[in-house]
Design a protein around this ligand. Structure first.
Ligand code: FMN
Length: 333
């Protein structure tokens, strides 16, 4: 499939997740296969325009992640256009606009999901961006602001007309946050009505669910929490789509994934002065991933507690080796 002129080898993608989908994590998921697109964590348009280091870090990526979409948030058309130019200058393949974030800190600044409450303004943001850059501009939205304002179908059309090259819809309202279930009927309806590709998002935690959602008529599926629980889920969905049984993920695979994540993080953000030490930052990153990665695992709550109590990288590695019964001599040498 294609988004504008960008070819995706697979219709399955890693959804943007603040705090989670950093470059190290995206690389590891990409290496498992089946992943057609990765999206960065959301990046502030204001921070990009002002050249704030921390913001620029969120937008960092490596060539092996391509095609890469950088997601930005903001509500000012001129600033969003300028931020899109910066993203294009960074070599990204796609610039995505966050119209789904319900967090008040973002939404109150006329950004994130609050853009859905002002459809004309939202369309003017997309129009300004699409006029400013050659790379495709895409939009990620929710079903609407709340049950009374489920306007994703109308807004999706408006942003398409304003120049969006694809639209992704998480089928919950901002008011729902993550409660209830994503409304995939609504997503399918939007996919039916738009001429640009539509991605659906929400509640795929098994590869079979991804395949089932595809058959409802969307061009692609963005998987968020399912990838944090099981980074092989896109590869498994690709297996199923190709008529093969989904590959088996062993405890050894799962343990090695966490160790590889630590290894990659050791090379990230090293030359920066931060409030916490680099090791501590990695421990915190593993705790964040651990809260998702341990869900559904036998004795997962034990692993989660152990990861949360580890105070050093050495201890973290030991916990992983023990839990997944890895050969310590082989993996820690
Ligand atoms: C921890 C977390 C962070 C998220 N951050 C973002 C974000 O930065 N931008 C965005 O558009 N969506 C964000 N989302 C929403 C996801 O991209 C996705 O649409 C949503 O989680 C539903 O899909 P899922 O059920 O597959 O997780 C986030 C979700 C989670 C769980």
């Amino acid at each position: 499939m294609k988004i504008g002129s960008v070819d995706l080898a697979s219709p399955f993608a890693v959804a943007p997740m603040a705090g989670m989908t950093d470059t190290a994590f995206r690389r590891l998921v990409k290496r498992k296969g089946g992943c057609g697109l990765v999206v960065t964590e959301m990046v502030s348009s204001e921070g990009l325009v002002r050249g704030i280091d921390r913001t620029l870090e969120y937008a960092e990526y490596t060539p092996e992640e391509r095609p890469i979409s950088i997601q930005i948030f903001g509500g000012d058309p001129a600033k969003m256009a300028e931020a899109a130019r910066i993203v294009e200058g960074m070599g990204a393949d796609i610039v995505d606009v966050n119209m789904g974030c319900p967090v008040p800190k973002i939404a109150k600044h006329n950004a994130g999901c609050s853009l859905m409450r002002e459809p004309e303004h939202a369309a003017s943001v997309i129009n300004a961006m699409a006029s400013a850059v050659k790379i495709p501009v895409t939009v990620k939205m929710r079903a609407g602001w709340n049950d009374e304002e489920r306007n994703a179908p109308a807004l999706a059309k408006m942003v398409q007309d304003a120049g969006a090259a694809a639209v992704a819809v998480h089928g919950r309202t901002a008011a729902q946050s993550y409660s209830g279930l994503a409304d995939w009927d609504l997503v399918a309806r939007i996919a039916d009505e738009l001429t640009v590709p539509v991605f659906g998002s929400g509640d795929c935690i098994e590869p079979e669910q991804i395949i089932a959602r595809m058959s409802a008529g969307v061009e692609g599926v963005l998987v968020g929490r399912g990838v944090l629980r099981n980074p092989w889920i896109l590869a498994q969905a690709a297996d199923l789509a190709a008529g093969r049984p989904a590959r088996v993920v062993t405890p050894e695979h799962r343990g090695c994934f966490l160790l590889e994540y630590i290894e990659l993080l050791l090379h990230e953000r090293i030359d920066e002065s931060r409030a916490v030490s680099h090791d501590r930052w990695i421990v915190n990153k593993l705790r964040a991933l651990g809260s998702w990665y341990t869900k559904g695992l036998d004795n997962g709550s034990h692993l989660r507690t152990a990861i949360n109590s580890a105070e050093s990288l050495a201890r973290l590695r030991e916990i992983i080796v023990e839990f997944f019964c890895l050969d310590a001599a082989a993996v820690l040498s």
